[in-house]
Design a protein around this ligand. Sequence first.
Ligand code: AMP
Length: 191
Amino acid sequence: MFNIILFGPPGSGKGTQSQKLIEKYGWKHLSTGDLLRSEIAQQTPLGLEAKNFIDKGQLVPDEVVIGMISTALETNPGVPGFLFDGFPRTAAQAEALDKLLQLKKTAIAVMLALDVSEEELVKRLLNRGQSSGRSDDTDESIIRSRIEEYETKTKPVADYYNGFNKVVHIKGEGSVEEIFEALCKEIDKRT
Ligand code: AMP
């Protein structure tokens, strides 16, 4: 199995690049943001709880997202690998993920981190908010909170994987195709 984390702040292009990567490599895409939005759409108790945090631009509690990922790992046997998008977002989530993968006798092969400046992120998210229908993309103060959560709670996840020499930084500004090629180059070196 080849398991990969696509890492980066909100608006760095993780969703766009994930779509292209799963099409090329056939991995199972696990986006906790997408999973949470699906729970909200179905108005499940988990979705209703998560919505309170998402609407404020705050992270959803670790146990909620770890539970979702644990279920997803169990319900997708036989895939060539998992592409984690928007997860892990805290050091506790990273440690939990490593343990879950260990139980499956596998591990994270690489974390590809997309680097984008804060001003570019805000611009992209406000722009996306005009068409995404996502309430957390339309208000600049909520966008700034999401970036703040990233800076304080999520960046340490990169330090965690850096300790295992698994992080590669990729310039996340440029054309979608250029960034995709840079990602594929790093993946192909390792497969
Ligand atoms: P995303 O679609 O990845 O930008 O996620 C949208 C929102 O869902 C985030 O701002 C968080 O509130 C929540 N969320 C998604 N993934 C996670 C995660 N791994 N841990 C905590 N909250 C998350």
